[in-house]
Design a protein around this ligand. Structure first.
Ligand SMILES: Cc1ncc(C[n+]2csc(CCOP(=O)(O)OP(=O)(O)O)c2C)c(N)n1
Ligand SMILES: [Mg+2]
Length: 325
């Protein structure tokens, strides 16, 4: 079923997730400037329709792995906003008890295997999760999010090979925002991402990542393939990156025209609005209400994070190693 035919509440839920990601990120950028958040962060704003469209096609017990730009993936997979915000502020109530920070947010209860500061590091981890699901016969699917820059890491090729030869229930989602840090992808990537995967006989699709409905549709097909033993898929999703590479990046390598055009014509939230209003699926007032509710949720998350305690020094050595026995 196309997501356009979803029940009304579910369509509202799509907007809520995308709006939550956008406002989480914009607020985070403001909060970073207060100096109360340790370290730096990579903002996902602009790419919301990719995370939300992909996760919309997943079950709660399916797996995802993320990147250094992981907030959108985490929110789309159902991680709690309060806990994520607290994690960023380094508080004991955070997703990882305040000891991980932006690039290590993980929540195994939600199937979120973790953000990852190692570019392309999620792909082999996700192969492992997919292999585990296959051996246990659970029909779970695993999604590895990666950027265009990650596609030039050797471990991606190793992961494609393993995924195909073992017919793993995995989807590689390549979010191409046109840049790896300050380097334009056109300067560093030869050939085509889809043809690279096709060299391993992995089926592919290429999608406009500002269209949440198109992303969902492509993912739905890939998920169906993975669940029924058809093996891996690669989705090449084109997205805009609204902010600089990281929160301290002055972003001088992109022209004002490029950035202006992106925000004017490739805003997935605005495109969603005109699509659902044009099709008379929702009214502007429905979406305005979602925006107000999201605003409250973000305000509460920031207030709760600021009021929460920092981790106790005695907790320094806990959660460092997994105990298997
Ligand atoms: C193995 C590795 N090499 C280099 C880096 C430094 N680095 C961090 S993010 C990044 C760019 C990644 O670009 P892309 O995969 O397109 O993701 P995007 O930042 O655009 O979301 C680089 C080179 C790293 N973290 N890990
Ligand atoms: Mg990139």
């Amino acid at each position: 079923m196309s997501a356009l035919q979803f029940p009304r509440e579910r369509i509202i839920g799509i907007y809520r997730s995308m709006r939550l990601i956008r406002r989480f990120e914009e607020r985070l950028m403001e909060e970073m400037s207060t100096g109360d958040i340790p370290g730096n962060t990579h903002l996902y704003a602009g790419q919301e329709a990719s995370a939300v469209g992909v996760c919309l096609a997943l079950r709660e017990d399916d797996y995802i792995s993320s990147t250094h730009r992981g907030h959108g993936h985490s929110i789309a997979k159902g991680c709690e906003i309060d806990a994520m915000m607290a994690e960023l502020f380094g508080r004991a109530t955070g997703t990882c008890a305040g000891k991980g920070g932006s690039q290590h947010i993980a929540d195994l209860r939600k199937g979120m295997l973790g953000a990852n500061g190692i570019v392309a590091g999620g792909a082999p981890i996700t192969c492992g999760a997919a292999l585990s699901a296959k051996l246990r016969g659970t029909e779970q699917v695993a999604v590895a999010f990666a950027g265009d820059g990650a596609m030039n890491e050797g471990v991606m090729a190793e992961s494609f090979n393993l995924a195909k030869i073992w017919m793993l229930p995995i989807i590689f989602v390549i979010e191409n925002n046109g840049y790896g840090e300050a380097t334009a992808n056109a300067h560093v990537s030869a050939g085509s991402f889809t043809r690279r995967a096709e060299g391993y006989d992995i089926p592919t699709d290429e999608v406009d990542g500002t269209d949440v409905f198109a992303v969902y549709e492509a993912t739905r097909v890939a998920v169906e393939r993975a669940r029924t033993g058809g093996g891996p898929t690669l989705l090449h999703i084109h997205v805009p990156r609204y902010f600089g590479h990281y929160s301290g990046d002055p972003d001088t390598y992109r022209s004002a025209d490029e950035k202006g055009e992106m925000r004017k014509n490739r805003d997935c939230l605005r495109l969603f609005r005109s699509r659902v209003e044009g099709a008379a699926l929702l009214e502007g007032a429905d979406l305005d209400q979602v925006e107000a509710e999201v605003e409250d949720q973000i305000n509460q998350a920031v207030a709760a994070a600021r009021a929460a305690p920092r981790p106790d020094a005695a907790a320094l050595h806990t959660d460092v190693y997994v105990k298997y026995m």
